[in-house]
Design a protein around this ligand. Structure first.
Ligand code: IMP
Length: 437
């Protein structure tokens, strides 16, 4: 392993963030970069994420494990900002073991990370049911209730797993409290002893992975190790800057990387934003560019089919639309994005022309940023510029110059609109189907 001693962090460390509503194809980009790093660090989110990596034609979907686990050289850290479901984590480790890979010797889970337990999933479902038509459309992975416990200072942290008897008694009293909340929501109570028995074996296994990851990262930084920070979800799902309340419950941008790893801003290095060549979102909430309704629904269905736009975690069909540069520009500004990885450009092949949303019109005025009020965003109409399409497939293109003219025009238009260079262009699902410069 090489080190970055003597080099500024900015030259060797990398942050990978989704700049839309999640599902931008971060898994592939992280997998590509993980071979050039020493440590891959997850900093926020939980098993709501679904990072798909295709290696040698074999598809692996990772939820909690950092995508670096597919590279035998990388140490993988689940940082304090992640909410850790021990059942999901063990299931994922077992799934990898079935395919001959055991990442546990390279994996550490922060002692400060909060646990997501089945009672959080029960609360997630009960909250959604109670909201009815106004539901967020969460992944039902217990994410919101686990972060709510963290912020309310009633959570249970992974460090507690080091003393299982004390953890068990804390969990018992926690579950009694949860049953009070479930009763208020009109949902069935959790069987307290059954719930404890259900999670203890996985908790025992996760206990063996728990470490003071902040200290480990500080030591690694001092030793000049290179870091890759793996974002989950996307900036438009950020709890502060996303389309609130239709968001996830963590900070999905660079702020979440700092708070959720224990490293300072000085260690962040290059911020790489991942942008899909069109837009998708899962779950509810305003989505100005959505291709829906009698006039546009068929095109939305077509993109969904061609792009296989179904949730990697839940299997839900994703809502599809043209590229929204208002959203991406906002995400770039919020996070100081240095370079962009543009994914799934190949999916747009065959479109005669490509509308790209460059601004919104709101109550007769043209705006170039995302309004904070959800009611305003719901009324915002996309302003499109039309770009030429292309018809020849991109899969074999390995340089920018070899791209069809329409595809090159699309890439160059985005660079001008965003003032950020596009360093990678995804031309197919495989690890090797990418143009890099
Ligand atoms: P939660 O994170 O499960 O609470 O879900 C809140 C919102 O974020 C819902 O609209 C989900 O569909 C969305 N969401 C959460 N994780 C992901 C992801 O990894 N990709 C895309 N959408 C996500």
């Amino acid at each position: 392993m090489s080190s970055n001693t003597g080099h500024p962090a900015s030259t060797l460390n990398k942050v990978v963030l989704g700049l839309q509503w999640g599902d931008e194809g971060k898994g592939k980009v992280i997998d590509l970069l993980a071979g050039q790093t020493d440590m891959v660090v997850r900093c926020q989110g939980g098993a709501n994420a679904g990072h798909t990596v295709v290696v040698g034609g074999k598809k692996t979907v990772l939820h909690l494990l950092p995508s670096g686990v597919l590279h035998s050289g990388a140490r993988c850290i689940i940082g304090n900002g992640v909410v850790v479901d021990p059942l999901a984590l063990c299931a994922e480790i077992d799934e990898l073991a079935l395919h001959g890979s055991d990442p546990t010797s390279r994996l550490a889970v922060s002692d400060r990370a909060h646990l997501v337990l089945p009672c959080h999933k029960a609360l997630d479902a009960a909250n959604e049911t109670r909201k009815g038509d106004a539901k967020v459309g969460t992944t039902l992975r217990g994410i919101g209730p686990a972060y709510a416990d963290k912020v309310a200072r009633t959570g249970i942290r992974c460090g507690e797993l080091r003393d299982l008897p004390a953890f068990t008694s804390h969990l018992r009293s926690h579950l009694i409290g949860v049953n009070g909340l479930l009763a208020a929501l009109g949902a069935p109570a959790v069987d307290v002893e059954g719930a404890i028995d259900q999670v203890l074996p996985a908790c025992r296994r996760v206990a063996g992975l728990v470490a003071d990851t902040a200290s480990e990262l500080h030591q690694a930084a001092a030793a000049g190790k290179r870091f890759l920070f793996e974002g989950a979800q996307g900036v438009l799902l950020d709890i502060d800057y996303g389309t609130y309340p239709f968001v996830t419950s963590s900070n999905t941008g660079v702020g979440g990387v700092i708070c959720g790893s224990g490293l300072s801003h000085k260690q962040l290095g290059e911020v790489i934003g991942v942008v899909k060549a069109y837009s998708t979102r899962v779950g509810a909430g305003p989505f100005p560019v959505e291709l829906t309704g009698a006039a546009h629904g068929a095109k939305g269905d077509d993109i969904r089919r061609r792009g296989a736009e179904f949730g990697a975690t839940t299997g839900r069909p994703r809502r599809c639309g043209w590229l929204d540069l208002v959203a991406v520009r906002f995400a770039c500004r919020l996070n100081g994005v240095d370079s962009i990885a543009l994914t799934k450009l190949d999916i747009l092949t065959g479109e005669p022309e490509l509308p790209v949303c460059v601004a919104y019109e709101l109550d007769g005025a043209r705006i170039d940023t995302i309004p904070s009020r959800i009611e305003d965003l719901a009324r915002a109409k996309p302003v499109y510029e039309m770009l030429p399409g292309w018809s020849s497939p991109l899969g074999a293109c390995r340089t920018r110059e070899s791209l069809p003219t329409g595809a090159r025009t699309y890439v160059e238009f985005l660079e001008r609109q965003l003032s950020v260079p596009i360093r990678w262009i995804g031309t197919g699902p495989g690890r090797e189907e990418i143009i890099e410069r």
